[in-house]
Ligand binder design. Structure first.
Ligand code: ZN
Ligand code: ZN
Length: 89
């Protein structure tokens, strides 16, 4: 099973905080409907799931999960692996 990871931001009520919800550099939400990001969730198609308040930390864990769980076709063409990696961003 391929490890396809995703990173999503969530409000406190667990609804997704979409990309359209912009933040100021100090982290304040600028969208009128946005109560603010409460946590970031990293998830994988294999069932792995990680949540934490820090977006940077969640992204670190996501990358760590991908590196510690190599793709099922490690001998495949490099260009294909690069495509998969881009797709997961
Ligand atoms: Zn996985
Ligand atoms: Zn939001």
């Amino acid at each position: 099973m391929p490890h396809k990871t995703t990173l999503t931001n969530h409000h406190a009520d667990s609804s997704i905080c979409p990309k359209e919800h912009k933040y100021t550099v100090t982290g304040k939400p600028t969208h009128p409907d946005c109560p603010g990001r409460a946590y970031t969730r990293a998830a994988c198609t294999c069932g792995w799931d990680f949540q934490c308040p820090g977006k940077g930390y969640a992204d670190e864990e996501r990358k760590r999960h991908r590196t510690t769980n190599p793709k099922p076709t490690p001998g495949g063409p490099k260009v294909l692996r690069d495509l998969l990696r881009l797709d997961a961003e």
